[in-house]
Design a protein around this ligand. Structure first.
Ligand SMILES: *Cc1c(COP(=O)(O)O)cnc(C)c1O
Length: 370
């Protein structure tokens, strides 16, 4: 019998095969490189809090037990640290999971989800996974633009994702603009403020979004332990949201979506304020240093408020981002290609240890001379 392939094997739902699988930052260098500096995933160069590491050692002896499915201690610790009501918090297996669940919960096939031109690519994947249509709002000077987002709203729009600050640009939308954006959205459109890098921002006109969530029914804020807390491997994210959204999310999430190791690591990390402060201080020292040094050697960098920096390379093949990437990798410096984000000729670099930061600047100085 001649049967079409889709009759003899299961077929993914419409739209799934249009998704581009997420490509994480590289973690390996070519063979023979003595020391690898992974600067490709915005991880904490100081590592996780020693208290979190200790807590993980402790829980290792109790892995036969299921975790608390409501992650109550973690939610309480978050609530305490941020002055929130734990009832308005849901935790997740990384904030990626929350982003996906929001798309699954609020988008129907044919609906539209908006994200910005150089916005975090995970949004696009999850919008597609929900059978919906990703709509791109133009940015202005590598910054999310409230007016462009509002202009992209149609009667099919159900969700707007805004990374603030954004990855990979490192730019942010001042909070007056975020408020104006929110004020222009219809009440049934969900505004997702992804504040993955909030702790790093040192600007008076920045807010992560707590007040906007508290005062409205259509705004949520997502956060992560992957960046400031150095716990990317433990996969811990959370969302602060109005009760009706928490209610929907409680139905959608897996019963034990945050594992016991993550809960213990997260609680300990939150209590270690000194580690958070050390991390912020490190970034405050090295982010401006990198920006200045890279500018001095003739590279354009996008002004960043996060723990990473977008470096633009000159036109032409000799000193392109691809050539720089190969040159740096050969010396053990692993940066992030960002062609998929609309930057074919840029690399994103995480602010690293002093050794890594100085090493990259020295290597790029040589690279541009060669
Ligand atoms: C890193 C990052 C996240 C966090 O992802 P996790 O799943 O929590 O590790 C979320 N949003 C943006 C914009 C990020 O860069």
């Amino acid at each position: 019998m001649n049967q079409a392939p889709d009759q003899i094997r299961p077929r993914p739902r419409a739209g799934i095969m249009d998704i581009t699988a997420y490509v994480p930052g590289k973690s390996t260098a070519p063979a023979g490189v003595a020391k690898v500096h992974k600067l490709s995933s915005n991880e904490n160069p100081l590592g996780a809090s020693p208290a979190a590491i200790e807590a993980v050692r402790d829980i290792a002896g109790r892995l036969e037990y299921y975790p608390d499915g409501s992650a109550m201690r973690l939610r309480q610790a978050i609530a305490e640290a941020h002055g929130l009501n734990p009832a308005n918090i849901v935790c997740s297996n990384g904030s990626d999971e929350i982003i996906g669940l929001l798309a699954q919960t609020y988008l129907e096939p044919g609906d539209e989800g908006i994200y910005t031109e150089h916005g975090f690519l995970v949004y696009q994947s999850y919008i597609r996974a929900a059978g919906a249509v990703p709509v791109v709002a133009k940015e202005t000077d590598e910054r999310a633009d409230a007016d462009a987002i509002l202009a992209a709203v149609s009667d099919r729009t159900k969700i707007v994702f805004l990374a603030n600050p954004n990855n990979p640009t490192g730019t942010y939308m001042p909070f007056e603009e975020v408020r104006r954006l929110h004020a222009g959205l219809p009440g049934h459109v969900l505004l997702v403020l992804d504040a993955a890098y909030a702790e790093y921002v040192r600007r008076n006109d920045y807010e992560a979004g707590v007040e906007l969530v508290a005062g409205n029914q259509n705004v949520v804020m997502t956060r992560t332990f992957s960046k400031i807390h150095g716990l990317g491997g433990a996969r811990i994210g959370w969302m602060y949201a109005p009760a009706h959204i928490i209610d929907a999310m409680e139905r959608m999430r897996g019963p034990f979506n945050v594992n016991a190791v993550a809960i213990e690591a997260g609680v300990a990390a939150l209590r270690d304020r000194a580690h958070v402060e050390r991390t912020v201080a490190h970034n405050e020292r090295w982010l401006p240093w990198l920006s200045e040094e890279l500018t001095k050697i003739g590279l354009r960098v996008t002004p960043s408020v996060g723990n990473f920096i977008l470096i633009h390379f000159p036109e032409g093949e000799r000193h392109s981002a691809a050539a720089a990437d190969a040159y740096l990798s050969a010396q053990g410096y692993i940066l992030r290609r960002v062609a998929g984000y609309g930057f074919p000729n840029a690399l994103r670099m995480t602010v690293g240890t002093e050794e890594a930061n100085r090493g990259v600047v020295a290597a790029l100085t040589q690279f541009l001379k060669d």
